[in-house]
Design a protein around this ligand. Sequence first.
Ligand code: IFM
Length: 455
Amino acid sequence: MKKYTCLLLFFICSSAMATQMINFPENFQWCVSTSSHQIEGNNIDSDWWEYEHRPGTIKNNDKSNDGGDHWNRLEQDTQLLVDLGIKSYRFSLEWAKIEPREGEWNQAALDHYKQEILLLKKNKIQPFITLHHFSLPLWLANKGGWSSPSAPASFQKYVTKVYESLGDLGVEYWVTFNEPTWNLISGYVTGEFPPGKKDLKLLEAPLREVALAHGLAYKTLHELAGDRPIQVGLVQNLNVLVPLRSWNPLDHYAKSILDKIYNWSILQTIKDGHFKVSFPTAFSSDIPMPQLKDTLDFLGINYYNRQFIKFLFTPPFIASLAVAPEENISEMGWEIYPKGIYTVVKQARKLFPQTPVFITESGIADKSDSKRSDFIKEHLFHIHQLLTEGIPVLGYCYWTLVDNFEWAHGFEPKFGLYELDLKTLKRIPRPSAKVYADIIKNNGFGFDPTKTRFK
Ligand code: IFM
């Protein structure tokens, strides 16, 4: 009997010893992210609205319609943020609503965003604004969208209008672009986003114009802000990329091409003040852009997955695959690989060793909510590791608050901490919402790193 008691005590004590408290700095910004087109509804003057209405573009023929009707539910959704204990709320402004026709400013839309910012501030939540999150006004799309050399100047006018209207409300964090490379590759190479083109050669112009637009917006915001302490950054989606067959030089080659263009093309341009981007057989650019240097006050990193890269002998020449046990694959078909968040931040630090980092998105499509809580904790564990190494990670935004319109995938993937009942538009908390709220309340959580679920 004595022997068994000792054994039991041994197991209890050793498992308790393996559990560590993962504590975050006092000022760590607990956050969730959303984007306007995905939740507001009725973005009728945008390119996405037009695109969704083309047959066959969106899974199940879904349309964003009234989305989650966030536009009319500011109070209700702000209360969800309060319930979670959120410190920062990252959301985007909808250019197509603010400037529905070229040069025509919609004061009601600007007033609406003002009301949203004030509501957040009243609830002690820092508004964190993205100026461009994929969707464009249709009038600009009809002029060629980001391929048009006039697009950066149009963006600058929009940014000016926004800052002149909302700049005195004390918003500190401003993002010029969300995931520019994913957006443009999806629009011009894979054809999954508007304008729905599939030609690698077409990627060069919009990449270049977006880089220029970022530089202009950065300068404009700081000029308008004057002495106001604002932080202007860009959000890049970074994937961990690995050659599928480590022995195969062609897979290494394919990986390096994708890595350069997808992960680093825009960031490298900002770092060097030089747009030197190429894709074999498609284009090769070499344009000095000195005005882009030092245009990142912080770097927003969105991290979702690891991909294995295979060279193909026929177009599109590069395949990216999720190779992992079923348990580690999300409903988007993406590998769940929490350690990768550490990898990509370290890679980004090599390019920008002095620039603070904000994890602006990390999330999982998980309808049953059976993986989301572990997903969040395991990513946070690796972020904590970065902090212990002295890397300034300012905050973490879970993607996303309420199930949303997931672009070409329609409403099928469920990323929300809150479920959205599409018929009643009711927001229903998933169990992981409580887990995230507890993490925020305790500014940390107990965690046993020897028992991670996702390897
Ligand atoms: O929903 C998107 C978001 O718009 C941009 N980052 C990735 C998310 C999940 O796919």
